[in-house]
Write a protein that binds this ligand. Structure first.
Ligand code: GLY
Length: 359
């Protein structure tokens, strides 16, 4: 078992990582004394797949808990779902001494965290992420929220969980595409922060893709440790936390251009390769290093070329609509070495045009 602390003073919390943790969550939660009653929020699919095991663990430890669900999928990540879930909580008589548990992937964590932030002006919540993407990224750091027709994640709150339970064994059930989706974010951490971890990912590729649980546990722990350090230094993304957006500026543009048919992780993989090229073009990153990043991404089975139908002016235009764009100028997180990045909006238009094959 590994425990990583997110050091946020009075809002500090633990991330507990262990394969086979799920059946023991009830006992651990009983000791933490966070709430008198819990409502577990899950999508219909996860509720069926993992819900019974978690509920048995909670009830077995004498923790009062109920399970509520919402329909599976990103389409549920909007205000109407939050309103419906809030009504369910009110009908269950949930009050400020109670808490929520988000059981599922990023959509569930984002919705549940936001619901916890606003229900009765804020009640505690706990994250139990069940996808690799959620385990290494969205469940840690307190970004919560929903989409509106004008854009993704445009309504939300920074609201930290009280603890995060990560069972790497649930990754054995994850569809292949979902694993790849998370692996792009895993590679991201190594390039922005940790050259040794980059080597580790290169060396352990086969074990990771074969879902060796001991290795996966190590991977998740290293990502969480990096995220915890970054979030503790800059919770509200004023500065350092922006490095977590490596590959995301271009990734989001391609994702949006594909009308979100391209998975987030795959788009981020493409974005990482593209910004490495921008950094090479700007003369701050060696071509051989950029090739190593591209190779690692490719070796994990992630695409590295922006599909021809999205390499155009229209996709480039999405850079301006990214919510992280300030004053119409997109910013980029550019590597200067593997394990080191800088944040800048000073990138020649000609270099960006090259990425999108436009002039
Ligand atoms: N996913 C980026 C962040 O949490 O800041």
């Amino acid at each position: 078992m590994k425990t990583i602390q997110v050091g946020l003073n009075e809002r500090a919390y633990d991330i507990i990582i262990e394969k086979g943790l799920l059946p023991r969550i009830g006992a651990d939660l009983a000791e933490r004394n966070i709430a008198k009653r819990y409502v577990v929020v899950a999508d219909s699919h996860v509720a069926e797949l993992i819900g019974p095991q978690l509920m048995a663990s909670l009830h077995g430890a004498g923790v009062a808990a109920e399970l509520i669900t919402f329909p599976r999928g990103e389409e549920s990540k909007h205000l109407a779902t939050v309103a419906e879930l809030a009504s369910k909580l009110a009908r269950l008589g949930l009050d400020r001494k109670d808490a929520l548990i988000a059981l599922g992937g990023g959509v569930t964590g984002d919705i549940t965290g936001f619901l916890a932030a606003i229900y009765m002006r804020g009640i505690p919540f706990v994250q139990i992420p069940t996808t690799l993407l959620a385990q290494v990224d969205s469940s840690v750091g307190g970004k919560t929220g929903v989409d509106i027709p004008e854009g993704k994640n445009l309504v939300g709150a920074f609201y930290q969980p009280r603890c995060v339970y990560i069972d790497s064994a649930v990754l054995l059930e994850l569809p292949e595409a979902e694993l790849l989706n998370g692996l792009a974010e895993v590679i991201k951490y190594s390039v922005i922060y940790d050259a040794d971890f980059f080597e580790f990912l290169a060396k352990n590729r086969e074990a990771i893709l074969a879902r060796d649980l001991a290795v996966l546990e190590e991977v998740v722990a290293r990502c969480c440790a990096i995220k915890a350090e970054v979030v503790a230094a800059d919770e509200r993304e004023a500065d350092l936390r922006r490095i977590l957006n490596f590959g995301h500026t271009i990734g989001h543009a391609v994702e949006a251009a594909s009308d979100y048919t391209l998975a987030h992780g795959l788009a981020v993989g493409l974005g990482m390769v593209a910004v490495c090229e921008l950094a090479v073009g700007k003369g701050i990153f060696a071509k051989e290093e950029a090739n190593r990043v591209r190779q690692l991404i490719a070796d994990y089975g992630l695409p590295v070329e922006i599909p021809a139908e999205f390499a155009n002016e229209q996709t480039k235009a999405f850079l301006k609509t990214d919510k992280k764009t300030v004053g119409g100028r997109p910013f980029f997180v550019l590597p200067t070495a593997i394990g080191k990045v800088v944040i800048t909006d000073d990138v020649d238009e000609a270099l960006v045009n090259k990425v999108f094959c436009c002039s």
